[in-house]
Design a protein around this ligand. Structure first.
Ligand SMILES: [Zn+2]
Length: 302
């Protein structure tokens, strides 16, 4: 895994360039070639981050654009507990927003003795918490596998306890992640979930599929050289694929390198559609049904 760069930088990263500020044509429609009269596909952004400072100045316009693009629900990921009040406040304003609670493998310094209890309380306090994560292993940026496992395992336990799916971040760490999940399967203690921002090989994908996991494609599937990801998008079973932005990171072509936002999940769905010989509306319907199956009716579409 990790042959391509799918998390270009940790927070904070620079503000978006001025040319991303709203233009006269809705950007997603412009990118998709859809006329302004065409009904957009139905889409769910299964992984986004909106509480980062990159959205401080223009969140309302970002919301308008995702609604125009057909994004009917969003799942906001959490990288550490200090974010939870801000995410919850955002969910109060946006009926289509649901969220996860968890600690990212590159945020292990935010894991303390009481963190599992903090996450449990947050999940039990608010029915809009529909997943645990993002959690996982990242050996691309860090080599502290033992510490990452110490943070991962209690979160996997919590997901099983609360019967919630997990959002898994896995970069250059397929082998230890598979080992952890397989051991749990043998003991009947593995949660359901999704491999978010998929960037592994088809062989690795098969191994995660065997464990029942879903595969979520992000803007990286639009990158011309991401051949392994293209192969995975062609091969993944129809009932296991999701789409996401992971915004503000990983903007799809043609906005690669700029700030990403939920409306651009349409470009991800378009590329997946092209690779599979489907229409973007078909991919939208399929991935929406899959997200609702995985995350449950708590994922509220508007
Ligand atoms: Zn993320």
């Amino acid at each position: 895994m990790g042959r391509i760069c799918f998390r270009p930088g940790r927070r904070p990263i620079p503000m978006p360039p001025a040319d991303l500020l709203p233009g006269t044509v809705p950007e997603t429609q412009a990118a998709s070639g859809l006329g302004t009269d065409a009904a957009p596909p139905t889409l769910i952004d299964s992984h986004c981050h909106l509480v980062f400072r990159q959205f401080d100045d223009d969140l309302e316009k970002v919301v308008d654009r995702w609604r125009q693009a057909g994004v009917r629900a969003l799942l906001h990921a959490c990288v550490e507990p200090a974010e939870i009040p801000a995410i919850r406040a955002l969910a109060d304003r946006l009926p289509e927003l649901r969220y996860s609670v968890g600690v990212h493998p590159l945020d292990t310094e935010h894991w303390f003795a009481d963190t599992q209890a903090v996450l449990r309380q947050a999940a039990q306090d608010d029915p809009r918490v529909i997943a645990i994560g993002e959690l996982g292993l990242d050996l691309f940026r860090e080599q502290n596998l033992e510490r990452q496992l110490e943070v991962l395992r209690p979160q996997l336990d919590l997901a099983v306890e609360l019967d919630l799916p997990v959002i898994i971040h896995c970069r250059d760490a397929a082998a230890p992640m598979l080992e952890e999940l397989r051991t749990r399967h043998q003991h009947g203690h593995a949660p359901r979930g999704v491999m978010h921002c998929w960037g592994g090989t088809p062989e690795e994908m098969e191994a995660f599929l065997e464990l029942g996991l879903y595969i979520s494609f992000s803007g990286t599937v639009t990158f011309p050289k991401a051949e392994a990801t293209h192969a995975c998008a062609r091969q993944v079973p129809t009932d296991r694929m999701l789409v996401e932005t992971d915004c503000p990171f990983l903007a799809p072509v043609p906005r690669r390198g700029k700030r990403n936002e939920p409306a651009y999940v349409a470009a991800v769905a378009e590329r997946v559609a092209e690779l599979r010989g489907l229409t973007v509306h078909e991919v939208g319907d399929i991935t929406t049904a899959n997200a609702l199956r995985l995350f449950g009716p708590g994922l509220h579409t508007v």
